[in-house]
Design a protein around this ligand. Structure first.
Ligand code: IVH
Length: 670
């Protein structure tokens, strides 16, 4: 290898290390295993040993100050540590409340426990018989790092709680953070207070943690034995009585208007608070309702984080490009003069879709206000018309796909009776280059096959080098060719091989999701997987063109079925499905067979009392039963609410299916 190539290889690896550090320490969402991370680090250090001229101040061996450890033991959370969905304005809050009311099917007045959203690192403390047994970081939500000794150095965390009402077994959760005034002294070592807290908490030696004044504010529980509390606000009060710190800003509020007012007040005053907060959290105060509402796959239905408005800045549009996404959507993106927005240099901003450009009449050369909120892509909010030059021209949106030249169209939406705001390339699949690349990116992504160490940039590079064209090519790579590429050493190639091998065993729902059928996200893929149970059954339905059978699945409608049909009518898509199902080991859907309603199929007709369909469905499924949506021999029980469909009752009677009232159904559930 030439010196230039060695250096490039070395710098790429360092860049990769820094990326993973950021994902791990700042975003708490690692994308590679600890083992792979260590291997990468060793690779860098070995290169430095061999070629002394490589060393520079970016090297992991010379980074001074706090070097957090990744080598803590792991510990599973008994109750997952999920994140919160976000709201940015009043409309989002109204929708949040609407969804709750619909889910509960009960127009009750909702009351919220309002708490500041502290921008720190969450931790879960397990107390058994009043003694602190373990302290664990959030990790990926399912398992975190065992950092008990480090957490014990925080004086806000009691080692023992004597109160007689303290549950015998409880996980107390809250945020570890550093106050702004203490951060000032550490400014040179960390980018922001949150990183300081995170780095300090992960010191291998707890004595190091102790040197930084960390604090802990408690706000919820995970596992709890014999929960006697009725309200979140009561629990917060109890926390205080037991010796935990809670936020002095916690409140109980009923009305959305009041929430918005309080939010405004905090937004203006937050810079004066003693610690960083990035929004307010609203939690349904009634714990019984929280329990009924439960969780979606990554966040509770009963809480929302109302974020503070993003940072924004003015800049000028240099050019407007149109990107093609996985589903063919054409997204206009503005290249702007680089601007510093809240500490991040932004040079691209999304313009969302064709309608948005027309509505705001956004043009090349315009001065625009650009906003950046958290990890959301920066976007253009408004045009400063006064600054527009006389010779500026309207932007003409392309009518053919900029990637493959196919016709584009705006679909008509039968529900809203309007044309979509988004224009799409009509090419279904791999003949459009940009769509193909995006489909492959989707295939390897975390929620799909989750191939570690294979990021979006690698897909683009391998595409340019004609190494891959279709998802199945991932499983027959020419590794010799790859190891000769810039930035690829023996170790990174063997890591890649390992993660590809690992990804070959996949659950049915992830497989269905990974092939990228439009309108089939991970939740719908789960529903389909639950229904078909195996790839073989799925393929049988496809081959016989029995797409209408998917209508039996509660939650799958015409839009999804049309999309599945269109997907499989494309020969390439069908082919990919067949090839992948031969290469991969697709696990059949594991069925929870323990519940009372196991092997039983239910159907509901008519309006249920104080219960939405969604909740009824969830209750059936929690008890291992299934929901079907047509009356046939497979149906075991038809549950009748108010104003049922008589035809369904007739059909059920003819087939000898048992008919239950809502109360009889409750009895079945206990
Ligand atoms: S409740 C199931 N309450 O925000 C929801 N979280 O995006 C459990 N956070 O990981 C979280 N202040 O680190 C809750 N008063 C508060 C919070 C809070 C900050 C953080 C927490 C969590 C993240 C969710």
């Amino acid at each position: 290898m030439s010196n230039k190539k060695i250096k490039q290889d070395y710098l790429n690896k360092i860049k990769e290390l820094h990326k993973h550090n950021k994902l791990y320490y700042e975003e708490s969402s690692p994308t590679i295993s600890d083992k792979d991370y260590d291997l990468l680090k060793i690779e860098v250090i070995n290169l430095e040993k061999k070629y002394k001229y490589l060393r520079n101040n970016l090297s992991p061996s010379t980074t001074v100050g706090f070097k957090p450890s990744r080598n803590f033991l792991k510990s599973k959370h008994r109750v997952q540590m999920l994140s919160l969905s976000n709201a940015f304005n009043e409309e989002d809050l109204i929708n949040f409340e609407k969804k709750i009311i619909n889910y509960l099917n009960n127009d009750i007045e909702l009351e919220y426990s309002v708490e500041p959203k502290i921008d720190g690192i969450s931790a879960s403390l397990t107390y058994i018989n009043g003694n602190l047994k373990t302290g664990v970081s959030r990790g990926d939500g399912t398992e975190g790092e065992l950092i008990t000794e480090n957490l014990k150095t925080i004086k806000d965390i009691p080692h023992a709680v004597k109160d007689k009402n303290f549950p015998k077994d409880i996980e107390i959760r809250g945020e570890v953070f550093i106050k702004k005034k203490n951060f000032k002294e550490l400014k040179n070592n960390f980018a922001n207070p949150r990183n300081a807290a995170s780095g300090s908490l992960r010191q291998k030696n707890p004595e190091e943690t102790k040197k930084i004044p960390l604090h802990f504010i408690a706000y919820t529980y995970g596992f709890i034995q014999n929960n006697i509390f009725k309200y979140q606000s009561d629990f917060l009060k109890a926390l205080q009585k037991w010796g935990f710190q809670t936020s002095k800003y916690n409140k109980v509020i009923k009305d959305i208007k009041e929430l918005v007012l309080l939010h405004k007040k905090f937004e203006n005053e937050r810079f004066e608070l003693e610690y960083d907060i990035d929004g307010l959290v609203y939690k349904i105060n009634d714990l019984k309702l929280q329990k009924r509402l439960g969780f979606t796959s990554n966040a509770p239905r009963w809480a929302i984080a109302h974020k503070f408005s993003a940072n924004s800045a003015y800049s000028q549009i240099l050019n407007i490009g149109v990107q093609v996404g996985r589903t063919g959507a054409l997204t206009p993106v503005a290249k702007i003069k680089p601007a510093n927005i809240g500490g991040v240099i932004v040079s691209n901003a999304t313009l969302h879709n064709e309608d948005e450009i027309t509505r705001k009449d956004i043009r090349v050369g315009d001065t625009v206000k650009v906003e950046r909120a958290g990890d959301v892509i920066p976007h253009v909010i408004e045009v400063d018309i006064k600054k527009r030059k006389n010779n500026s021209k309207k932007f003409v949106f392309p009518t053919i796909c900029p990637s493959c030249g196919s016709k584009t169209e705006k679909e008509f939406n039968n529900v809203t009776n309007k044309f979509d705001a988004v224009r799409r390339c009509t090419n279904e699949g791999y003949d459009c280059e940009k769509i193909a690349i995006e489909k492959i990116k989707h295939f390897i992504s975390k929620e799909a096959l989750n191939i570690d160490g294979w990021g979006k940039k690698v897909v683009e590079k391998f595409w340019d080098l004609k190494i891959i064209r279709l998802p199945q090519h991932i499983f027959s790579l020419d590794y010799n060719k790859i190891s000769n590429l810039d930035g690829w050493g023996d170790l990174s190639v063997s890591n890649l091989k390992y993660s590809i091998e690992k990804s070959k065993t996949v659950s049915l729902e992830k497989f269905i999701y990974s092939i990228g059928i439009r309108h089939i996200g991970i939740e719908n893929a789960k529903l389909i997987a639950d229904y078909v149970k195996s790839t073989k059954n799925f393929l049988e339905l496809v081959d016989k063109k029995h797409f209408d059978q998917f209508l039996n699945i509660d939650g799958i409608g015409d839009t999804q079925i049309k999309s599945i049909k269109k997907f499989f009518e494309n020969k390439t898509n069908y082919d990919i499905f067949i090839k992948l199902s031969k290469i991969l080991t697709i696990q059949k859907r594991a069925i929870n067979k323990k519940g009372k309603l196991r092997d039983k199929n239910f159907m509901f007709t008519g309006k249920l009392r104080n219960l939405s369909r969604a909740e009824a469905k969830s209750l059936v499924e929690q008890n291992s039963g299934s929901i079907v949506s047509t009356v046939n021999k497979r149906l075991n029980f038809l549950v009748i609410g108010e104003k049922p469909t008589n035809k369904k009752i007739e059909q059920a009677k003819q087939l000898g299916i048992k008919i239950l009232s809502q109360d009889e159904w409750y009895k079945l559930l206990n």
